[in-house]
Design a protein around this ligand. Sequence first.
Ligand code: NAD
Length: 379
Amino acid sequence: MSTDTLPSAAAAPTAPVSPRTARIAVLAGDGIGPEVMEATLPVLDKVGELFGIQFEYEHALVGGIAIDTSGEALPPKTLETCRRADAILFGSVGGPKWESLPPPQQPERAALLPLRKAFGLYANLRPAVCHPELVHASPIKSELIPNGFDVLIFRELTGGIYFGQPKGTTAIEGGERAVDTLIYETPEITRVTRAAFRAARLRASKLTLVDKANVLESSLLWRKTVKAIQAQEFPDVALNFIYVDNAAMQLLKNPCQFDVMLCENMFGDILSDEAAAVAGSLGLLPSASLAEGTFGLYEPSGGTAPDIAGKGIANPIAQILSAALMLRYSFNAEPAAKAIEAAVRAAIADGFRTADIYTPGTNKVGTKEMAAAILARVK
Ligand code: NAD
């Protein structure tokens, strides 16, 4: 991984800097991955031309196709490609063909978890955006979200109850005893909190900490730490708190009240899936996993969509918006990120729809046509 050529993601991106080279490891993966990746790179090239960034792509195999080719979901050669890069643009991995493998060898587990570990990806971001033109695709009543909504879920990814020790199951008289440990220490809260505040500054400057401070000690530490960081470093960002059970309800009733929602690992896992569901189609939703510094892995929130793979009908927007997140968080190129997001909005406003978001009266298109419509609107 190289972090020497680019400014830190910590700095709020401003104007594009002088022409520069950005090295991207392109891991398209399985199913619809290659189709939506092919649709995305021309969009990146176009913003590169407009904003003075030269993208260098190095393609590598990952997931099921890598298993078929080399016997491993994450071959050492692919890991080397990623280490040479400034960021990873990831498609998705897995599918029925590999589901009978032992779980540790299955594409998602054997590729994504080692990548998270190798690059210290400690924060996961999932924007859940419902465009005003697509409120019908959300299960929320349209009258509650007349202008859609735009929430960013910021999830701590490497700590908490999924990893805390002790963990395990032991025999006891009359059955078994299972233990999971919810543990957080100040430094792991601090780094994700700072990243979330920086992200809030690029948006509506509002951060909501999701916790369960009425019953969990770890939530009290989160509150204390987040409050102190806000007071000392981000007084310009509004901070409030919500219990996770209420947050789950409010996301369904009034998602417009939220800007950035900061969550510990398990709460973020659950709420980011809920937010994806209320936003509408998975085909619209990108995600980012960030490391310290500027490195990150960017991928659609959904999977390989085996039901539609190879048909040319997958929605490329989630992958294209993942590239926009990469520009924002790894390449300090906010105007270029915004240009992609505006082009996506314009294509939707002009009536282009892939099958997953189609309604009568709009223009039903395939992957390539949607990508071309977005490309034509990048400016
Ligand atoms: P999925 O996300 O692939 O699909 C769920 C539904 O959403 C399907 O009906 C699919 O057609 C639709 N969908 C998803 N992306 C779309 C797009 N871009 N355009 C239009 N429709 C889209 O979830 P699944 O069926 O649970 O999983 C399929 C495979 O993907 C499994 O093997 C799973 O392990 C894998 N998976 C991989 C990742 C990853 O690589 N990060 C994440 C989730 C699932």
